[in-house]
Design a protein around this ligand. Structure first.
Ligand SMILES: Nc1ncnc2c1ncn2[C@@H]1O[C@H](COP(=O)(O)OP(=O)(O)OP(=O)(O)O)[C@@H](O)[C@H]1O
Length: 241
């Protein structure tokens, strides 16, 4: 068990995000603390992926601020990782992909090879170590991407629809890995369209609609007694308009 994340809370204050004159996120105020796992829910186009990308620093807000406020937060210190719906694998073996990511994080030759091996073994991927990563199945690649992220020892892991293209068996395998991350003390923030998955995994729900934060609440409260008309309609499967 790792210590609780020390870089959190992460605060988005007055965040606006626009592309080419079109405002996609009009103004987002959000605080992510050590509670969780957190599921970010909302209809297509609600701004879930953009919000994760803003949190992770992949895109910069047009206005407003994104700040890590915890006692362990320090400028330039990497404390979060992100895994995408379609993982990006380099043209090398599964093991080579992990070693490469660990090299970029600054680990020396021997340490990164040991850490890569440990990550593959920990998640039952040892048999895939020498296979070219790009020929692995979608489920195997996603598990490899998660093992690669875990090997970097993030405090916070952003997952953007990690099981969107996976069959039930691969989905279960990914959810089981997420469970292990949580037990390791990693704060999970994930988007999903699978409400069953959100119920299984999340303790906190962030519900977005049209780039706005509509609700941030505990998962039981969200599913049993949504406070807003938008959330209730979303849970009923109604189109939001
Ligand atoms: N680079 C971009 N240029 C223009 N529009 C964009 C860009 N990136 C995202 N958008 C738009 O911003 C809105 C929010 O996108 P985002 O991907 O965050 O939605 P989402 O909630 O993750 O949706 P989904 O559930 O469909 O994946 C969408 O309408 C999308 O088309």
């Amino acid at each position: 068990m790792r210590d609780l994340p020390t870089s959190l809370p992460l605060r988005l204050k007055g965040v606006r995000y626009a592309v080419g004159g079109t405002t996609l996120i009009p103004g987002l105020d959000l605080v992510l603390d050590g509670r969780g796992p957190t599921a970010v829910l909302g209809p297509n186009g609600a701004g879930k992926s953009l919000t994760l990308r803003l949190c992770h620093g992949l895109i910069r807000p047009t206005a407003g601020t994104v700040d890590w406020l915890g006692p362990g937060a320090a400028p330039g210190r990497r404390r979060d990782a992100m895994v995408f719906q379609r993982p990006v694998m380099l043209r090398r073996s599964a093991f080579g992909n992990l070693v490469h990511a660990l090299a970029l994080s600054g680990l020396g030759y021997k340490a990164r090879r040991e850490a890569a091996r440990a990550a593959l073994d920990r998640f039952g991927l040892g048999a895939l170590a020498d296979r070219p990563a790009r020929v692995l199945s979608g489920g195997e690649q996603q598990r490899l991407a998660l093992a690669r992220a875990w090997a970097l020892k993030p405090e916070v892991l952003f997952l953007d629809e990690p099981t969107a293209n996976l069959d039930p068996t691969a989905t279960r395998a990914v959810e089981s890995m997420i469970g292990e991350f949580v037990r390791d003390g990693i704060k999970i923030v994930m988007t999903t369209h699978d409400l069953g998955q959100a119920r299984r995994i999340a303790q906190e729900i962030i519900f977005l609609d049209r780039g706005r934060l509509i609700e941030q609440t505990s998962a039981p409260a969200f599913f049993d007694q949504p406070r807003t008309r938008e959330a209730a309609a979303f849970l009923r499967g109604d189109l939001l308009c």
